[in-house]
Design a protein around this ligand. Sequence first.
Ligand SMILES: Nc1ncnc2c1ncn2[C@@H]1O[C@H](COP(=O)(O)OP(=O)(O)OP(=O)(O)O)[C@@H](O)[C@H]1O
Ligand SMILES: [Mg+2]
Length: 210
Amino acid sequence: MGKVIAVAQQKGGAGKTMLASQLAVALAEGARVAALDIDPQGSLTIWGKLRAHSPKAAQALTLATISGWRLASEVEKLKASHDYVLIDTPPVIDSDARRAIRGADLVLIPLNPAPPDLWAAEGTLKLAAEEKRRTALIFNRAPAASRLRKRLEAEIAARGLILLDTALANRAGYANAFADGLGVTEAGPSTQAADEIRAVVAALKAEIHS
Ligand SMILES: Nc1ncnc2c1ncn2[C@@H]1O[C@H](COP(=O)(O)OP(=O)(O)OP(=O)(O)O)[C@@H](O)[C@H]1O
Ligand SMILES: [Mg+2]
């Protein structure tokens, strides 16, 4: 059975869709991957449509747009035929977000390394706790080292939350690849962004299979 990763964070613009798309492509380098869009904004779905016309889209992915009561059964079906099922969720705590979290082996929460982003994640953390789901935080748009980042790392550790030890920097490459329907590992396989996302994939695999 495949592992289900719900990318969730109540805060808008934290990088959920970007991360879901990048992880889908990078995970697909060695696994069968499905990516589900349950956000009515439909950004991941549009990315998938762009992908269909991009000659550089090397990795095969199963992409689907789903919402409502069908989600749980669809996830179950996809789990049987894929190693990873990624779910991109909307920036709200609603019944769909709850369904996605309920079916997840891991809830992955991207956040900028700044206290307001951790405050904004509280609703998602609470929901995951209610559903007894594992969570992992990941810093996005993170400076290599900053006082604020260190402070937040300490706060996360003090609360006993898991923070992936790999982070994503702010890189134009992520936004550019997304706009072309690609992952950075396809757009520029030997760029810093590609190395970074592969490191995130390794950390994520270690976490989810631990
Ligand atoms: N590490 C990064 N470097 C550069 N650009 C980034 C990075 N992360 C996200 N972005 C850009 O920031 C914007 C918001 O990201 P994204 O759409 O993934 O956020 P989101 O959490 O899915 O937003 P929403 O809550 O509206 O669904 C996008 O234009 C995306 O390309
Ligand atoms: Mg989004």
